[in-house]
Every structure is written in C-alpha cells, then in structure tokens.
Design a protein around this ligand. Structure first.
Ligand code: IZC
Ligand code: ZN
Length: 426
C-alpha cells in the first residue's frame, strides 16, 4: 500500500466516538485511547487506522514519527467572537475596582466600545486582526472554529464582519463556521426602542441567509440586554429562515435560556453558569449541547462556575469553548480552557477531550466532519508534545502543541531552538 502520509509510533491516539449525535452524560466518560498506534492518510482523508506494528510494512510518500507522543483530532472551538476592532485593556482597571461586566456595558463601554472600533475599521483591517488571532488559535491545536458577528449592531458592519469570516474560511485551510449575532447589545440610539432594534436585526436574517453569510443565529439573552420573550421571537424567526440556533443563555442571571434553547431545538446553549435545575433537565432530554465557557467565568473574576458535573451526571451533552473576545475572555488557547474545566468544572480528562472535539463539533453542526479521526474523515490532527492525554489539562497555561495538520497537510509547527538548543536527554 502506498499512502500519502503515514503517522506512526504514536504513544496514544485519541479517538472520540462518533455516534451520529453528541455524547451525553455517561457516554462522555468513554474515550478510546489507542496505544502504540498508527494511521494513514491519502487525498487528505484518513484511509487506515491500526497498530504501529502493522504500519511497519507500509509504504508512504511521507512518514511522520510521532515519537511515542499523543496525537488527537484537531480541536474544535465552538464559541468565539473572532472578528472585532480595537482592544479593551483599559477595562482591567475598572474590573479591579469591582465594576461588573454588565455595568461597564450600561455605561456605554464593553461590547459598545468594541462596536465603535469595529465600525471604524475597514474590512481589510478586521481581516488582518482576525487572522492574527486565528493563527494563534491554530498554533494551540484548534482546526475548526465558530466565529460570531455582533460588533456592528447595524446592517453594514454586521455584514462586514460576516464577510471577514467568509474570507478567513476561504483563505485558511481550517474550517470556520459563521454565526450572526446581531442582537448582541442595544445601541444607545435605540434606548427605549429595544423591540424596534430587535425587528431591525430580524430584518437582516433573510439577506444574510440569501448571501450565505452565516449558518447560525445567536442572541445575548441577559438582564439589561435581551429578554427571554425577545430571544424567543428572534430565534423563531431565525429558525424559519433556515438558521441553526445558538443562545448566550443564563450567563449571569437564570432567565430560562437553557429551557428556551432546548424547547426550540437549538444546536447549543452557551455559558449556562446560572442555568436552573429545570433548564439542565430539559437540556439532558434534548439534543442541545451545553457549551461551557469557564475561561469567561475566570476572566470575570466570578466564584461560581457552570454546574458541569450536574449537567453531565444528569445526562446532558457538554462542550467547551474559549469564548475568545476582547472583553470577557481574552485567550485563544483552548488548552487553558481544558485546564479550567478540570480544576473548576471538575470534569474528568475523558469528558474534557470529548468536550473539545466531537461534542464541540456537534455544537456547530460539524459532527460528521470534525472532532474525531476515522477512515473516510478529513485528516485534521495535532501532535502533542506530551506522553499521555491526561497531561494537557494538568500542565496549564502553556502550549503543548508540537504540530498541527489539516487534510493531512502541516499548517503549523513549533519552531525548534536550532543551534541554540541546549543539550538535553529525553
Ligand atoms: O465583547 O464582551 N459576553 N458578549 C457576551 C461578549 C461577552 C463579548 C464582549
Ligand atoms: Zn459569547
């Protein structure tokens, strides 16, 4: 047999299960970890998976020695605000003074300050800035990404952001799923006319669908932003227009976002820090994935994290994401989120790996394409500089990725120290 690529001498090959649906409850505890493994790739797809011993007799144009390290599917980050203008480091001092996130927004800062900067940036400027962050995500092992609009709050800038996502998806080999988040905040000019603003955003759904600029629609359902009833109206209209549904739900106050998402058949309900028992019960009985964002809870300095243990133990499907954005979670590093999931959400290593691969893929409608490795699937994978899969959540805050591949092609590799490398025996 002659393959394009043979990845051999893999210490542990991580193979999350594809069952056609997201992994729920007990299923999340199962993770196939194949020791002394190898796999082959031809025409960008996995063509064989087996033992390293069998692979010894195979021929391939390129052989990649994984040096007994861990190889996993490319990570999937199912919730990011990737495209934005400006930065908000000035808000750090406000946070230190104890000014809450929603108060910064109510004062016209927060999301609204990013809206101003995004309006003032050209499409090219936004593209260049998002590229920088996207490349950093890839360098941390992420190969499939969801990206939201929501820093325009008017037609022109929302479309500009969505066009940037489309161009990024075309230019980069990674896969980017686009979400329209028009109802992300209320522009000051609409104060007292919130329903009018919501109608304006609903009026954009048809055009965005026609122009094929987004697959999902999302709304920030929160006290002082959009109510449950407004969220229901918007999401129902989005569904009628053929969008998959997402919702920023129960992040700060328990408004019933989890319940709404499950009853509407949303692909995901995201945040859920304050989700009610009933909301968790409804999630566990639905196909809606709970996308948890512990990096945001950490960054906002909150004590209480989403009740991941209860969600999983009660039978819900949980995924993890960075929530990368310029205000409430400024990191591209999904590995850091894996550590927070272990430390703060008390998730097991097996649950965490399922949550950043196959379940994250299901949360963005990519379950058939991303989040695991299997014969016939696109060969998106990461070689990690670690000996076992439990090590990544354990050793936190650094980048363990050694090389990143999409469709069997290398797209990122850690630069070796070269001639300055200290001699070491390992
Ligand atoms: O820019 O603050 N929570 N939206 C809802 C965000 C965080 C993004 C931001
Ligand atoms: Zn968000």
């Amino acid at each position: 047999m002659d393959f394009d690529l043979l990845v051999h001498n893999i210490g542990q090959l991580i193979l999350p299960a594809y069952t056609g649906k997201s992994l729920k409850g007990e299923e999340m505890k199962q993770l196939t970890v194949k020791e002394s493994a190898a796999f082959a790739v031809s025409d960008g797809k996995v063509t064989w998976i087996g033992s390293d011993a069998e692979a010894k007799s195979f021929n391939a144009k390129v052989k990649l020695d994984a040096e007994e390290k861990v190889v996993s599917p490319g990570l999937v980050d199912p919730h990011t605000h990737l495209v934005f203008g400006g930065t908000r480091e000035h808000e750090l001092a406000l946070k230190q003074e104890g000014v809450p996130y929603l108060e910064i927004l109510a004062r016209g800062g927060g999301i609204l300050s990013t809206v101003e900067a995004t309006k003032n940036a050209t499409l090219q400027e936004l593209f260049d800035k998002a590229s920088f962050h996207l490349e950093r995500m890839v360098s941390h092992g992420t190969t499939t990404i969801e990206a939201k609009s929501g820093y325009g709050l008017e037609r022109e800038t929302e479309l500009k952001q969505l066009r940037v996502v489309k161009q990024l998806n075309e230019k980069y080999p990674v896969s980017i799923v686009s979400t329209f988040l028009g109802p992300h905040a209320i522009p000051p000019s609409y104060n007292g006319k919130e329903n009018e603003f919501l109608q304006d955003m609903m009026g954009l759904l048809e055009e965005i669908k026609e122009k094929n600029l987004a697959d999902f629609a999302d709304i920030f359902c929160e006290t002082g932003v959009f109510s449950i009833e407004q969220s229901r109206l918007f999401l129902q209209r989005a569904k009628e227009n053929g969008f998959g549904l997402k919702i920023h739900a129960d992040e700060i106050d328990p408004l019933g976002g989890a319940e709404l998402a499950s009853s509407l058949g949303a692909a995901s309900a995201d945040h859920l820090v304050a989700a009610s028992d009933e909301g968790i019960r409804m999630l566990s009985e639905s196909e809606t994935v709970a996308v948890l964002l512990p990096g945001t809870t950490f960054y906002l300095g909150k004590e209480h994290y989403a009740r991941a243990r209860k969600m999983i133990d009660d039978g819900a499907a949980v995924a993890l994401a960075t929530d990368f954005n310029p205000g409430s979670c400024v990191t591209e590093n999904l590995q850091l989120i894996m550590s927070l999931a272990a430390l703060k959400l008390k998730m097991t290593s097996e649950e965490i790996w399922n949550a950043v691969t196959i379940n994250a893929a299901h949360a963005i409608g990519k379950g058939e394409l991303a989040g695991t490795l299997d014969v016939g699937r696109q060969a998106d994978f990461v070689v990690w500089d670690v000996q076992n899969y439990k090590y990544i959540p354990y050793h936190y805050g650094v980048n363990h990725a050694k090389s990143v591949y999409v469709s069997g092609q290398i797209i990122w590799e850690r630069m070796p120290f070269g001639k300055f490398q200290l001699s070491r025996s390992r």
